[in-house]
Design a protein around this ligand. Structure first.
Ligand code: ADE
Ligand code: ZN
Length: 321
């Protein structure tokens, strides 16, 4: 199996319907109404409805052990597809909703990472995120906590959520603080909103990567800027297709972004919501997007270069590729 790297997956969106059911049962809580569709998958209709379904699914995560299990199961499934490294977004805001402290959140995630590396050899790391629609004040609280309680597996900072909420400049103080503390940053942009959202990110935030960023293709000047700056786009085609950003692979800009010289790495985003996996992302890249094994090699090399891990881990990943 060829080696794979996942730079964009949300842990709160990574638990399968079966695992969500098991966690609800273990915690003695009722499954939220409307969480599942008739086929046993997660029910959602559009992007904002997906964000609500994602909140509902994560509401069954009640303890550090639950976070451990979600991380362990996710990394196990990645390793089974040949993944050597996964950078996983985590959301302390979602953890706090069910009473889990930042320390407990990380304790669980780290246990899942350690157990998965021991059992499957895969390396996992965490990018702590804030939620855009919860606003800059909450982002600031998360950043203060990250800086006050550093953890060796927390390698970066990011932001997901509703791209239409607030302005990115509102979040500049939080991003600047965490960046000055030495953590590299990424932000979701150019997914739901157009290229102006990516320009907004590059103008206002200290980011070296963009989550998705695929709609940058709509602005040739922006594409040039991305190439010149060496920004890496975390591309998740399964998510983009499931959310209807593009109706098929032919209309998706992955190939055009690569041809323009943009750096691209792959991510699975929220795999059970979008019927994907990191293995499926790589498979689709070849079967539907026509990428060659050389293209895939380039994407893996970009992913190692753009990973937020320390240099010793990067060397190890390079050796494993
Ligand atoms: N949170 C989880 N998945 C997300 C996505 N695809 N875009 C924005 N925020 C998210
Ligand atoms: Zn995402």
């Amino acid at each position: 199996m060829s080696p794979k790297i996942d730079l964009h997956c949300h842990i709160e969106g990574a638990a399968s319907p079966d695992l969500v059911r098991a966690l609800a049962q273990r915690n003695g809580i009722e499954l939220p109404d409307g969480l599942f569709n008739g086929n046993g998958g997660f029910a959602w209709t559009n992007f904002l409805d997906f964000l609500k379904a994602y909140d509902l699914a994560s509401s069954v995560i009640h303890t550090p052990l639950d976070y451990r299990d979600v991380m362990y199961e996710y990394l196990k499934s990645c390793a089974a597809e040949g993944t050597i490294y996964a950078e996983v977004f985590s959301s302390p805001d979602h953890a706090a909703e069910t009473g889990i402290s930042y320390a407990g959140h990380l304790e669980g995630l780290a246990a899942g990472i350690d157990d998965a590396e021991r059992d499957f050899g895969i390396i996992g790391r965490v990018i702590v995120t804030c939620v855009r629609h919860l606003g800059p004040q909450r982002a600031g609280v998360i950043v203060d906590t990250i800086v006050a309680e550093p953890h060796p597996y927390v390698v970066g900072f990011g932001m997901g959520g509703d791209e239409n909420a607030y302005q990115l400049s509102d979040f500049a103080p939080a991003f600047n603080k965490v960046s000055q503390a030495g953590l590299p940053c990424t932000v979701h942009a150019g997914e739901v909103c157009g290229p102006e959202s990516v320009t907004d990110a590059l103008d206002n935030l200290p980011v070296t990567r963009i989550g998705h960023g695929v709609r940058s293709i709509e602005d040739s000047g922006l594409v040039e800027r991305i190439v010149t700056m060496g920004v890496t786009l975390e591309v998740c085609t399964g998510s983009n297709l499931a959310l209807g950003l593009y109706d098929n692979a032919q209309n998706h800009p992955l190939r055009a972004l690569l041809d323009a010289g943009c750096k691209v790495a792959f991510g699975s985003d929220d795999p059970p919501f979008f019927a994907t996996s990191i293995g499926a992302e790589y498979d689709r890249a070849e079967s539907e997007f026509g990428l060659s094994s050389q293209d895939i090699g380039q994407i893996n090399s970009t992913a190692v270069d753009a990973a937020f891990c320390d240099e010793a881990t990067r060397r190890l990943l390079r050796a494993r590729l």
